[in-house]
Design a protein. Structure first.
Length: 102
């Protein structure tokens, strides 16, 4: 079993919030494909990284996660590309971790 997480920004690169409909669309797509999801929306996480010029960049993000028996890497690669286009991002983090249910 795997835990797969998509980290989605709350705002575009100019600081404008994305419409709620974008998040509802992702929620619907992932719920349809995986039978459910967990969304961390109330207390956004903060991503911080250094750009090549040395400037520090911050992003507030929400996390959508699903559980799956296997990771369909081709599907996730294509879906991540769709998310990058929707959220106008060069990169978005989608990560998978092995999961042991207790």
């Amino acid at each position: 079993m795997y835990l797969i997480q998509a980290l989605l920004p709350l705002t575009d690169n100019d600081g404008r919030p994305f419409p709620r409909a974008l998040y509802e669309q992702v929620r619907g797509e992932l719920t349809e494909r995986f039978g459910g999801l967990t969304a961390y929306l109330r207390s956004p996480a903060e991503g911080v990284w250094k750009e090549s010029e040395g400037a520090t960049v911050r992003d507030e993000i929400v996390i959508y996660e699903v559980m799956a028996e296997e990771v369909d890497r081709a599907w996730w690669k294509a879906y991540r590309a769709q998310l990058c286009a929707r959220y106008r991002q060069e990169e978005l983090v989608v990560r998978a971790s092995p999961l042991e249910l207790l």
